[in-house]
Write a protein that binds this ligand. Structure first.
Ligand code: SAH
Ligand code: SF4
Length: 411
């Protein structure tokens, strides 16, 4: 039996709402240091000669201390704080819902302003605590332009790209809610790693194709890994792509995070059906891009994600094909039991088949974790969601869950 509860009941929901970002003031979250300084100067409240110093000061408050209100920035004069508050915001986005599973998995439903998309958008972020690490799964887009046939997001149109601010806001808010900033308390009873940071790893494996929102994702991840700020190690950040080949090298070169590839098939005929971007960038090009990934080594392996689809890609022949394809690439393989959704023609492989597949891969020298699904109770609770976009998210959540069971990034 599982237990789940929703923190947003009654008063909690109002309290969360009250912290929503006022739409009219631009946020300082998600700007580079130079942009931050320029914004302060352009507003007329900071003279040019102070721009760098003020930007550094704000950076520290926003990203080291996790302050979400200018009033808490004590080494800045009261007058300047008031001016800053007149022009800008550093507030968190609206949390529509926060759910906590009996196994400690947490899920936040965020609402962001339309930014030209017509109506406000909602996305989800998932936190998975494990022994020794806590992984946050972040979204990069609302919907997806790609049409992978086993992914429900693939049946939905792209609504819009998330901004760098919105990508970072997922991390900042999760850290707020977990008490993962200096001098903050972790909520009573929260399941978090016993030592170290509550959010120790980040995976760009939520909704959307991160490499089709390259600039915003790059900006957000460079801020997340900035040593004078949020300071997450790049080895603990993993970006998953369906195979946008032209952006793969840049990902390593310009962002420098760990790479995961949604492989799912080992020949072009099948991959064309499962991951149609393969028609544009076939396996040969994808594998060549992987081999050329900057920094690739045994210590920095590429993760290959492989969803287990019954009678489609789960035979021992497929496992052999996988080993052959990845030969010579420092790799980890994550086997993901398929999460079915209403209307899909695919089924998840039998457990025995998954184990045989995993054994074959293990014997070939690869670790191939298949982990127990997490947070099933709160994911199931999403069945009560109403609107179309909410239904979409529900199924996307199933995909997320599937991903998260495999485990990503360095421990
Ligand atoms: N768009 C990016 C990242 C988000 S999807 C990508 O495709 O890599 C995260 C992972 O979930 C991908 O590996 C994707 O193939 C997988 N996935 C999608 N739908 C799934 C489902 N129904 N069951 C299991 N895994 C799924
Ligand atoms: Fe988009 Fe990834 Fe789903 Fe493919 S698997 S449709 S790229 S979110």
């Amino acid at each position: 039996m599982t237990l789940s509860f929703d923190l947003t009941a009654e008063g909690a929901r109002d309290a969360l709402r009250a912290r929503a970002t006022p739409a009219e003031k631009p946020s300082l979250i998600g700007l580079t240091r130079a942009e931050l300084g320029a914004a302060l100067v352009a507003s007329g409240i900071v003279p040019e000669r102070q721009a760098k110093m003020r930007a550094q000061q704000l950076w520290h408050w926003m990203y080291v201390r996790g302050v979400s209100d200018f009033a808490g920035m004590f080494n800045i004069s009261k007058d300047l704080r008031a001016e800053l508050d007149k022009h800008f915001t550093v507030a968190r986005p609206e949390i529509v819902e926060e759910q906590i599973s009996s196994d400690g998995t947490r899920k936040w439903l965020f609402r962001f302003p339309p930014r030209g998309a017509g109506r406000p958008v909602e996305i989800e972020t998932v936190y998975i605590p494990e022994e020794g690490r806590g992984t946050l799964c972040i979204s990069s887009q609302v919907g997806c332009t790609l049409t992978c046939s086993f992914c429900h997001t693939g049946t939905q149109k792209l609504v819009r790209n998330l901004t760098a601010e919105e990508i970072l806001a997922q991390l900042l808010t999760a850290r707020d809610r977990l008490g993962d900033f200096p001098d903050r308390d972790t909520p009573d009873g929260a399941i978090v790693p016993a030592e170290g940071r509550k959010v120790s790893n980040v995976v760009m494996m939520g909704m959307g194709e991160p490499l089709y929102n390259f600039e915003a994702v790059k900006k957000a991840l460079l801020i997340a890994s900035d040593g004078d700020g949020l300071s997450l190690s790049k080895r603990r950040i993993t970006l998953s792509t369906s195979g946008v080949v032209p952006e793969i090298f840049r990902t390593g070169e310009e962002i420098g995070v760990m790479l995961a590839i949604s492989l799912h098939a080992t020949n072009d005929d099948l991959r064309d059906l499962l991951v149609p971007i393969n028609k544009k960038y076939p396996l040969k090009e994808l594998i060549a891009a992987c081999r050329a990934y900057p920094g690739l080594s045994n210590a920095r392996r590429i993760t290959f994600e492989y969803v287990m689809l019954k009678d489609v890609n789960d035979s021992i022949e497929d496992a052999k094909g996988l080993i052959k394809l990845l030969k010579g690439i420092p790799a980890k393989i994550n086997l993901i039991p398929f999460n079915p959704w209403p209307g899909t023609n695919y089924q998840c492989s039998d457990w025995e088949t998954i184990e045989k597949f995993a054994d074959y891969i293990n014997n070939a020298g690869y670790a191939s974790p298949i982990r127990t699904p997490r947070g099933r109770d709160i994911l199931a609770a999403c069945g009560q969601l109403k609107s179309d976009s909410e239904r979409m998210r529900k199924v996307d959540r199933l995909a997320l869950e599937a991903m998260m069971i495999a485990g990503h990034g360095e421990a």
